[in-house]
Each structure stands twice: as C-alpha cells, then as structure tokens.
Ligand binder design. Sequence first.
Ligand code: ZN
Length: 464
Amino acid sequence: MNLVSFSIKTKGLRNFLRRLWTVFSRFGFSETRARRSLTAIVEALQSYQAAPTFYIPAVVLRRHPVLMQTMVRNNVEISIHGYFHNDYRSLHEKEQYLQTRQAITIFDDVHIPWQGFRNPYLGWTEELLPILNRLGFAYESNETVHHDVVDLSQIPLPLQEGYQKSLALYRALPANTSTLLPHFEGALLRIPLSIPDDEMLVDRLRMTRPNQVGGAWSDVMQRVYDLEGIYTLNLHPERGVLCRQALSMLLAFAHSLPLPVWFARLEEVARWWKERRAFRLDIQEQAHGCWHIVATCTARATLLARYLDAGQTATQPWTDSHVRVLAQDFLVRAPTCPCIAVSARTPCEVVDFLGEMGYPTRLIPEGEAGHYAYYLDMPEGLGTSRAEQAQKCGQLLEQIKQSNTPLVYFGPWPDGHYAALSITGDIDSVTIQDFFLRILEVSRTGIKLFERGLTGQQNPNLAQ
Ligand SMILES: [Zn+2]
C-alpha cells in the first residue's frame, strides 16, 4: 500500500486533505516562508534578551545549511531531531545508533554545534538513552508532561479524540514537582517538555483565537511556576506566524510573575544542571541550635533557607517562608539540623535523587531522628515503572516542601530565578519539497512498521 492511500485509509480523506492544505499554506517552494516563521519566534524572544532552541532532522539541515547558520549567528540553538523524520520506536537499537551518528556527521559537516536531541514524534526509547550518552549529547528533551488546561467538554468529540491520540502517542506524565524538573541519566540530562503544544491546540483542537492558545500556555506557565519547574514549550516554526501573538502573551505573562523566570535555551539549562550537580552543603553544629553552613557552589547558585533565623547573614526576600542566602559560609539558628536525615534502610537512589534536587541529606542511625529538621524512612525506594517513579518522586518533594521545618537547600534555577521557560520548536520541514521528501525518506526506512500497526497510529508524517 502506498503512503497516500495508507494515510487516507487511516486518517480519512477530509483530514488528509486538510493537512495537505495546511502544508501548502505554511510552507513555500523557497525558504522565504520558513524564514519568516523562524524570525517571528526569534524576534519575540529577542525582546527579553533570550533565544529559542530549534530541532531539525539532519537531512533537512543538509538541504538548508545557510539558513540554519544564520539562525546560530542570531543566538539560536540548533539541535538534532533525528537523521530522517522517523519514529525511533520503529527502529532496532543498532539502527537508532547508526542514524543518530549519521545525523551528528551532517551537523559537524555544516558546522552547526549540537548539544541536544529530540526524537521525531517524541518517540524516545529506553535503548536510546545509553546511545545518546555514548555519543556525547548533553541533554535530550522528549519526556512529556501534560497540563490539564483545556476544558475538553466544550470541544466536539472527534477533535477530543485527536487530542487524546496525541497524549497517548507522547506517553505524557502528569505534572508535579518532580516531573517538571530535569534529571540526569548518566551524563545525559533529561529535560521535560510540557504539553499541550501548538499542534495539539491549533491543529487538533482547532483553536484559532490567539488569546485561547496564549491563555492555555499562560495557564501552563502559572502551574509550572507554582511548582518551581521548567516550562519547555514546543512551538513548531511552521506555526510561528500563526502563534506569534499567543507566544507574545506567554512571554509577557512569564515576565510579569512575582519572582523572576529564567528564559533560557535548553543547552543553557543543560550547562546549568551540570554545574549545579557538583554543589554541596556541609552543615555542622557550632553551638546548641547554631549551625555553621558551608556551601560549595558557584556564584550562580540560588541558595535558599526556610523557617530559621539567618541572623547577620546577607539574605534577600524570596517567598513568605523562605529567604535567599547571599553568602556561602554562614551561621543560622534553628532548633534542629536544617537538613534531611535518612534512615539506613532507605536505598541510595532516594539519597541521590534528593541530592540532585538540591537537598542536603545525612544518613543517621535509628534513634537520632529528633535532632533533624526532617526525617525520611523510605525502605520501599522510588518504585520501578516510569509512572510509579514520577508519582513517588513528586510526592516526596511535595511532602518536604509542605513540612514547614527548617531547611537550607539549593533552588533549581540559577541567579535567583524561581522557574524556567524555554521556547523550542521542531523544524520538521523548511519547504514544501522537504515535506514530501520526508514522506519518501520515511517510507524507505520505517513505514512498514506503521503499516503493521506497531503504535496503532496513522502514518504520522501526514498526521502532523
Ligand atoms: Zn518533528
């Protein structure tokens, strides 16, 4: 069966024609329209001295190296979006490795520096993570977190189904304090991506008014801010002009929040988490109820203290219960040691997780818990499945946050920022020719698996 008849069969003729119409309205035969769309996003961020991260498949980059080099000169980060635009879930491990390595070769050939990876269709696999580690990627941005910001009951049923299909395709996790923060897998940082994205709102739910889309994204920003996480938005540049106002609305909203939000490219986020990974807090009792704290960290650290008397230490206001400490060697007064005590039977993974989240921990023998601000006994660990880990990690962080006990710890973001926002976008095609070449390229590599119904989806190249 060829791709067009396959797509018509699975997607329906109307939707197939609709997608074709959008392709001809958003792309041109030259680079002009794509440049305009990319520029719309770049300019929106320039007003805030920030820049986006774009992902591009290597074969598309090879056809448009000058346009991408121009982007890099404008402070834009360009990263790798596969070799072809295909779903890695349909590839064996060796093929995933070979295609990723081939993609790197093309990026190197056209002198585009790369740091990160995002899969087409966010189709990451467990086998891919060691491959990305081995090939030297600093980060990947595939893990999806869903925010329930759209009232689906107001949306016609067939459109709701399309939205639900995207959720299933992306294997989204629920938003919580843990899922909205990056975490390391070896040397590779995994940076979460928040949905709904532009494709889900504009194409799936047919939201046409800028304030509907911008409103939904601002709601996501508020929720991410409340949880002190990172909001990574995926705004495909093909909708850059269409979503320009919605993007401006989101940026203005993020900028207006009470504590500053860090507008950063994902490579900056990865660099920061690597820097932050080496931070340590040493806490010793100097006198009864008086604690000497030495922070081993860079000047960019956001060091926070709560429910204690910081005395003469230089601080600045943070939230109602917290202050930001501006010293690295200081004294505080608190009735108990302002760190997290962990029982001997709690597995190392819990201690490592808390360390990564910025909390000082101390393994203690039974019976000493009363000397510490927070005592954790979690012999069952963090669980095994991805969903279970996300839930347990989220619950643990939430319990610590709500415990109202003295604590000194590192906030997640640098230089006194409270949350982070990263505008990213997948450049799946630059021209109409790219769009149709993409179908041919994928048909040569992985389409047979779609036809076998591997993921139960239509051919995604025509669906998105
Ligand atoms: Zn893509």
